[in-house]
Design a protein around this ligand. Structure first.
Ligand SMILES: Cc1cc2nc3c(=O)[nH]c(=O)nc-3n(C[C@H](O)[C@H](O)[C@H](O)COP(=O)(O)O)c2cc1C
Length: 193
């Protein structure tokens, strides 16, 4: 059921500003894509995140200050938060297992991408949705940074969102949830009203 090849089947449409928060209302695991001032691209999974504001839409992510991802965000003030599809677990594990300080993850893991127009960061092909972000505030607590960012543009696969909500019951909307350790889950098929 989750063996679809995502790279060939996502058709993105922009999301209305006042509905962007609904892409991340369920707190899915995201791939945070960044670029350094020297134009080195990086990407890493982040599970600790949520919406911070509805309108203007903002995201809040908790990130270790030792990560290259954080250094890039601090340097450039921008990133793209992507919602990977359950079929992209492999990308999550690989990009979460090594730092961008040591390797070019996009090249080494052969991640096909396209470029976000607002931020210039790379977006892996096949993600369910991507949110282009510009940093609003960084709050440091010990070795963790809480990064709050304006979502300046968001797009989602046309079969994964109906303008009002994520179509979590559809195959194309199966996002990833990190249970802990090597365990992951995705949405079920039933909607209760
Ligand atoms: C499933 C998963 C979830 C993760 N969630 C977070 C998180 O919420 N915050 C965080 O700082 N790091 C998290 N990490 C760890 C980073 O993704 C990992 O350390 C990564 O290698 C950092 O890469 P970078 O140095 O290129 O930024 C997670 C890793 C995995 C595999």
């Amino acid at each position: 059921m989750n063996n679809l090849k995502p790279e060939v089947f996502m058709y993105y449409k922009p999301v209305a500003k006042n509905r962007i928060y609904r892409l991340i209302n369920t707190n899915p695991l995201m791939l945070i894509s960044t670029v350094s001032k020297a134009k080195e691209y990086d990407i890493a999974p982040i599970a600790w995140l949520c919406p911070q504001e509805m309108d203007p839409p903002r995201i809040l992510i908790c990130i270790d200050t030792g990560h290259q991802t954080f250094k890039n965000i601090k340097e450039t003030g921008k990133f793209i938060a992507c919602i990977p599809h359950i079929s992209q677990i492999d990308i999550v594990k690989k990009t979460g297992g090594v730092s961008g300080r040591k390797t070019d993850k996009f090249a080494n893991f052969r991640i096909k991408t396209f470029i976000g127009k607002k931020t210039g960061c790379k977006i892996p092909e096949g993600v369910i949705s991507y949110l282009e972000c510009k940093t609003k505030k960084i709050i440091r607590v010990d070795s963790t940074a809480i990064v709050i960012a304006d979502i300046v543009f968001a797009a989602v696969d046309e079969n994964a969102f109906n303008g009002e909500r994520l179509l979590v019951e559809k195959q194309k909307c199966k996002a990833i949830y990190h249970i802990g350790g090597e365990k992951f889950a995705t949405f079920g098929d039933k909607i209760k009203t």
